[in-house]
Write a protein that binds this ligand. Structure first.
Ligand code: NDP
Length: 316
C-alpha cells in the first residue's frame, strides 16, 4: 500500500506543488479542497498522476465541513501517514471583517481554527500510520527571529492577552487580542497560531503517539495566488523585490519540493522543529532548524490559547 497524505488547499500554490512532488515520490495524495472542479483542473494542468490522487471537499472555515471531511476520509478506508496543513486565505484589503459560518473572523477561522480541529480529529488516524507526520506551513512574518517577522507593515503578529478569544471571538470582536480589526495582521496572527499549534501538538502528543509535528517556511513564494487580493502594484513589485533585493524568492515547484521533503524525507524525522531555508536563496541551499521567537514560546499563554481554541472549535 502506498503512503497516503492529506494536503489541505491543494488547488493552487504551495499545496498544489506539494501534492505534485509527493505524488511523484509515489505517495497517494488526498487533495482536501473547497472547490473540487478547480482542484481537478489544477491537478491535470500540473501533471499529478490520476491514480496517485483523490479529491475530497473541505471548507476549513466551517467546523461542520471539517468534521464532514474527516468522516468522508474514513470512508475511503485509506491508512493516513501524513497531514499537510497548508490552506490559507490572506485578505489584506478588507475594511470590515468577513465571518465564517460560526461567526468567527475568516482568516483566523480558516487558517487556524479549521486546521486545529482537523489536526485533533485526525490524530488517532495518524497514530495508525507508518512513521506519521503532521506538517504545518508557517511563515516568516510570524517569526520575529527572522527579518521578515520584524517588518511592522501593517503590524507584526501579536496575540496580546488573548482577550478576543476569551470574549468568544464573535462580532464585534475580530482580532485575537481583542483590539481594532487589521486584516493583514489577522493573517499574521493566524499563522503564528498555527505555528504555536504545531509546538503544542508536539509537546502534548509526540512522546505518546510517535507522530512527528513540524512547521516549515519554504521561502517567499511571491507569485502564488495568495496575494490575489493585494493591490496590483504590490503583485508586480513584490516578486521583483523578493527576487532582486531580498533574494528570498522561491518558485512554486521548489516550494512544493521543500514541503514534500519535510513530509517524506528521512532527514526530517525529528519532531518539534521549525524548518527554514532562510531568506537568502542560493542553489542547493539546505534546510536548517530554527528557533521560534519569544512570541511563539510563552508556555502559559500557548496552553491557554490551546484551551480557548478547543472550546471555540467545539472540541472541548
Ligand atoms: P494560495 O492562495 O495559492 O493557496 C491557498 C490554498 O488554500 C488554495 O488551495 C485555496 O483554495 C485554499 N483555501 C483557502 N481557503 C480555504 C478554505 N476555506 N477551505 C479550504 N481550502 C481553502 O496560497 P499559497 O500557496 O501561497 O499559500 C499556501 C500556504 O503557504 C499558506 O499556509 C501560506 O500561509 C503559506 N506560505 C506562503 C508563502 C508565500 O510566500 N506564498 C510563504 C510562507 C508560507 P482555493 O483555490 O479554492 O482558493
Amino acid at each position: 500500500e502506498p503512503k497516503t497524505v492529506i494536503v489541505t488547499g491543494a488547488s493552487s500554490g504551495v499545496g498544489l506543488w506539494s501534492a505534485k512532488a509527493l505524488a511523484d515520490l509515489g505517495w497517494h495524495v488526498v487533495m482536501a479542497c473547497r472547490d473540487l472542479a478547480k482542484a481537478e483542473a489544477a491537478a491535470d494542468a500540473t501533471g499529478i498522476a490520476t491514480d496517485r490522487r483523490s479529491l475530497l471537499p473541505i471548507d476549513l472555515a466551517s467546523m461542520d465541513s471539517v468534521r464532514g471531511f474527516v468522516a468522508d476520509f474514513r470512508k475511503t478506508g485509506r491508512r493516513l501517514d501524513a497531514l499537510l496543513c497548508n490552506a490559507a486565505v490572506y485578505l489584506p484589503r478588507l475594511t470590515e471583517p468577513m465571518r465564517s459560518p460560526e461567526g468567527y473572523e475568516i482568516s483566523v477561522a480558516t487558517n487556524y481554527f479549521g486546521h486545529f480541529l482537523l489536526a485533533n480529529l485526525l490524530l488517532p488516524d495518524l497514530q495508525r500510520g507508518v512513521a506519521p507526520r503532521l506538517i504545518t506551513l508557517g511563515t516568516v512574518t510570524a517569526n520575529s527571529e527572522e527579518f521578515g517577522g520584524k517588518v511592522p507593515i501593517p503590524a507584526p503578529a501579536d496575540l496580546g492577552d488573548l482577550a478576543g478569544l476569551e470574549a468568544g471571538f464573535r462580532a464585534p470582536v475580530a482580532m485575537i487580542d481583542g483590539k481594532a480589526f487589521k486584516p493583514g495582521k489577522a493573517y499574521k496572527d493566524s499563522k503564528l497560531c498555527t505555528m504555536i499549534m504545531s509546538r503544542e501538538l508536539h509537546r502534548r502528543f509526540h512522546a505518546d503517539t510517535g507522530i512527528v509535528f513540524n512547521t516549515l517556511y519554504p521561502g517567499c513564494v511571491a507569485d502564488t495566488p495568495l496575494f490575489r487580493h493585494a493591490p496590483a502594484a504590490f503583485r508586480t513589485i513584490f516578486p521583483w523585490f523578493q527576487k532582486n533585493i531580498t533574494k528570498g524568492y522561491v518558485s512554486q515547484p521548489l516550494s512544493g519540493e521543500r514541503a514534500a521533503q519535510v513530509v517524506a524525507d528521512a532527514g526530517f524525522a525529528a519532531s518539534g522543529v521549525h524548518w527554514s531555508w532562510g531568506n537568502r536563496q542560493r542553489a542547493g541551499r539546505e534546510a536548517f532548524s530554527q528557533p521560534l521567537s519569544a512570541r511563539a514560546s510563552d508556555a502559559a499563554r500557548n496552553a491557554r490559547l490551546w484551551d480557548l481554541t478547543a472550546k471555540l472549535t467545539g472540541l472541548a
